[in-house]
Design a protein around this ligand. Structure first.
Ligand code: CA
Length: 224
């Protein structure tokens, strides 16, 4: 899952980024509304954490503009104000949820998980492909009854593939969703991580069909 944080208080932005990265999210940060809007409208995010009071373009205006542009990325708005009318204003501008500062990081995580559970592609926290299951909450991956241990990036890559079952995804899409904006990722790195995943998800299960497939010249897919 790839998240954009738009927050002008650098200290808060950096601490949210750090915490989210520990939870295996790919995170980009920017510090004003205009650059936030540029990133949100050109890059493909799963969630935007948006401060309400921002220089150049405030959070409400940015939110309204994105919705007007038909961009429906989940938006979680942050604000120091907790009054009812402020929350209503944020939600009416198109935000999906609202969190009042200061907040406990645990609550932010819970809200991200809740947004992630909303129907978009899959209803459940458990993604499945044949006998392979991935639990997006407990981070558990299993093939049949066998638990498979994955690194954070391997998990993120497998989750991305499993959110697009039987669809071909190319290396650029994978890089966008699994690595953050600042990472120096070469297409070659994707191949390396696909190989790591195969070695854990397919190769040990010789009697079962291989699930991760290379579609030469196009990309990869997970499926039959
Ligand atoms: Ca602010």
């Amino acid at each position: 899952m790839r998240i954009l944080i738009v927050e002008d208080e650098h200290r808060i932005a950096e601490s949210i980024k750090k915490g989210l990265e520990q939870e295996s999210y790919a995170v980009d940060v920017c510090f004003d509304g205009e650059s936030g809007y540029d990133l949100a409208s050109t890059e493909d995010y799963d969630l935007i954490i948006l401060d309400r009071l921002l220089p150049k373009m405030d959070g409400l205006a940015m939110c309204r503009q994105l919705r007007k542009d038909n961009i429906h990325t989940f938006i979680l708005m942050l604000t120091a104000k907790g009054q009812t009318e402020d929350r209503v204003e944020g939600l009416d501008a198109g935000a999906d949820d609202y969190l009042v500062k200061p907040f406990a990081f645990e609550e932010l995580l819970a809200r991200i998980r809740a947004l992630n559970r909303r129907p978009k592609t899959q209803l459940s926290n458990i993604l499945t492909m044949n006998d392979l299951t991935l639990n997006t909450l407990s981070f558990e991956v299993k093939r049949g009854a066998t638990v498979i241990k994955l690194s954070q990036k391997e998990f993120a890559l497998l989750e991305f593939l499993m959110r697009h079952p039987n669809q071909i995804v190319n290396k650029d899409q994978i890089i966008q969703h699994v690595w953050d904006y600042d990472s120096d990722i070469l297409p070659n790195t994707v191949e390396v991580f696909i190989r790591y995943l195969r070695n854990k998800v397919d190769r040990p299960f010789k009697n079962k069909p291989a699930l991760i497939q290379t579609i030469r010249g196009f990309g990869y897919k997970i499926g039959k």
